[in-house]
Ligand binder design. Structure first.
Ligand code: HEC
Ligand code: HEC
Length: 477
């Protein structure tokens, strides 16, 4: 299949990568448009290895201000110094604004560090509030979803609300005028276009002119928001931070004529609901992971299943290389280097970070676990079963102190091997009741299966009752 254009990369202005010439092709015509000005006011190419800060070059176009750097934690997270990484760094002073360029791009990403925000240039961001950015900012990814994937045409022609709901898309009931659902035809694609015009489809953002869908892009909320189903299945109030495990990103992408060939269809339809492969278009390996919930991360210094970097590091990676947003991302550890100017991602990262760490873990439903058994389970978790050797501290993770080899925890090795660290982060345990299955690959269907896995792998020799007690404790997070 044409991996070079998978989601985004073909139009990224990639100057150097291990895939140069093939996977991350420069051949895309649109790249020229996106990168035309890449010598003017472009990135200060500073790297902040070991969590240093890289300041952005000042924007140009006359009014550029210096970029504010936001420091990332050390990529290896030594000594837990990465707590609340992303905003903890020093503010760098901006570089001198170039003259005559368009908005200056921010400093590029270092290993584990985050980039400086772009100088205020000719392209002020559409959103500044973190919640708005999370819900509505496409970072210009219409360049992929509309221009390349033609999803606006696919939706107008063939995606009724019923179809949209069947691939896991959610509808924000609060964006709907009263009574509208009783009046519309949920089997008519025109209704989907109308819903998009109301900004009511979670994670999709569209422009509708005279009833015609002219462009569509995606936002962070597509994968990391759900709804409370209060109106009907798939329609309700937004629940930001909740993984959308009904969402079938592969099935959605497979609707695009761009992926009509058999090989693409085979890959995309192999993922299934709740899974996405955020590295497939980088390394060509088809090995998806579960979409995680992103609440309760305030005390977690390293993000992703493999602890690749702090929140803003990964946000930038996904926005640029997966969503197709216009921006820049640089990490020599994985050989990815993307520059697009102006950078519409980097300036959004600080506010986006603040919003993410404000998302709190939802409490378990009343009566959903047995408190006495949970208390016994806690004693085992912290004692005999040894869980708290790794799941410790407020977020129940030792991320920031160390990561773990796959064989330590009995996890499949490939996901780790593909990542920047080669290791797994101890998953911070949050609202476990809310998101089965478990582990990065969903290999444990239930919490019972999780405990069974550890009992076998770590030869714990737990009695049946002890296992049940630990499960009750896990339900209480
Ligand atoms: C197409 C679906 C998709 C979209 C869109 C998406 N993500 Fe993710 N996100 C994922 C997947 C899959 C992972 C797991 C990757 C991993 O850990 O290797 C993830 C991981 C994360 C994590 C790390 C969670 C943890 O436990 O460490 C954060 C934070 C995050 N995403 C935030 C965002 C933000 C902010 C955006 C928008 C810029 C975004 N995501 C867009 C699918 C998505
Ligand atoms: C050696 C360190 C270590 C020990 C000991 C350990 N864990 Fe884990 N735990 C991890 C790692 C690493 C992961 C991520 C594995 C993956 O995603 O494949 C994880 C994942 C989990 C998850 C999945 C969370 C989710 O949201 O998917 C649960 C639940 C869990 N552990 C519970 C336990 C329990 C219960 C024990 C004790 C019986 C335990 N762990 C012992 C390191 C450890």
């Amino acid at each position: 299949m044409r991996r070079d254009h998978f989601l985004v990369v073909g139009r990224s202005c990639v100057r150097r990568s291990r895939w140069q010439g093939t996977l991350l092709s420069l051949s895309c015509a649109l790249c020229a448009a996106a990168c035309g000005n890449d010598d003017d006011g472009s990135a200060a190419d500073t790297t902040g290895a070991n969590g240093g800060t890289s300041g952005g070059a000042g924007g140009s176009a006359g009014s550029g201000t210096g970029g504010s750097g936001i420091g990332g934690s050390s990529a290896t997270g030594d000594a837990g110094s990465g707590g609340n990484a992303g905003n903890a760094g020093t503010t760098s002073s901006g570089g001198a604004g170039g003259s005559g360029g368009d908005g200056g791009a921010g400093g590029s990403f270092a290993a584990g560090g985050t980039a400086g925000a772009a100088g205020a240039g000719a392209h002020p961001p559409e959103f500044t509030d973190g919640q708005d950015i999370f819900r509505y900012d496409t970072f210009g990814d219409e360049q992929v979803w509309t221009d390349v994937l033609r999803m606006h045409e696919v939706i107008s022609e063939a995606v009724s609300p019923s179809t949209a709901l069947s691939v896991g898309l959610k509808v924000d009931a609060e964006a709907l005028p009263e009574g509208i659902l009783e009046e519309v035809d949920l089997d008519d694609p025109a209704t989907t276009v109308a819903l998009l015009g109301l900004d009511a489809v979670v994670g999709l953002r569209a422009r509708v002119e005279d009833g015609v869908l002219v462009s569509v892009g995606i936002t962070c909320a597509l994968c990391h928001s759900n709804v409370d189903d209060s109106v009907m299945d798939g329609i309700g109030k937004r629940l930001d931070g909740f993984a959308n495990r009904d969402l079938n990103p592969g099935a959605i992408l497979a609707l695009s004529p761009f992926y009509a060939d058999e090989e693409a269809q085979e890959v995309l339809t192999s993922w299934g609901p709740g899974f996405f492969d955020p590295r497939f278009n980088q390394d060509g390996i088809n090995h998806p992971v579960l979409i995680p919930s992103i609440f309760g991360l305030a005390d977690v210094p390293l993000e992703t299943y493999t602890g690749d970097g702090p929140i803003s590091y990964w946000n930038s990676y996904v926005a640029v290389t997966q969503m197709g947003g216009q921006g820049q991302f640089f990490d020599p550890r994985i050989g990815v280097e993307v520059f697009q100017s102006p950078d519409r991602v980097t300036p959004q990262l600080p506010a986006l970070y603040d919003y993410q760490v404000s998302l709190e873990t939802p409490a378990p439903p009343a009566g959903s676990f047995d408190p006495d058994a949970a208390a016994r389970g806690q004693a085992l978790f912290e004692g005999e079963a040894g869980c708290s050797d790794c799941h410790r501290g407020t977020a129940l993770t030792d991320a920031g102190m160390r990561l773990h080899a796959p064989e330590e925890v009995g996890a499949e090795p490939l996901t780790a091997e593909r990542s920047a660290t080669g290791l797994y982060r101890t998953t911070p345990l949050r609202a476990l009741w809310q998101h089965p299955p478990y582990f990065h690959d969903g290999s444990a269907a239930t919490l019972e299966a999780v405990v069974e896995h550890y009992d076998t792998h770590l030869s714990l020799g737990l009695e049946a009752e002890q296992k049940t007690d630990i499960v009750e404790y896990l339900k209480s997070f």
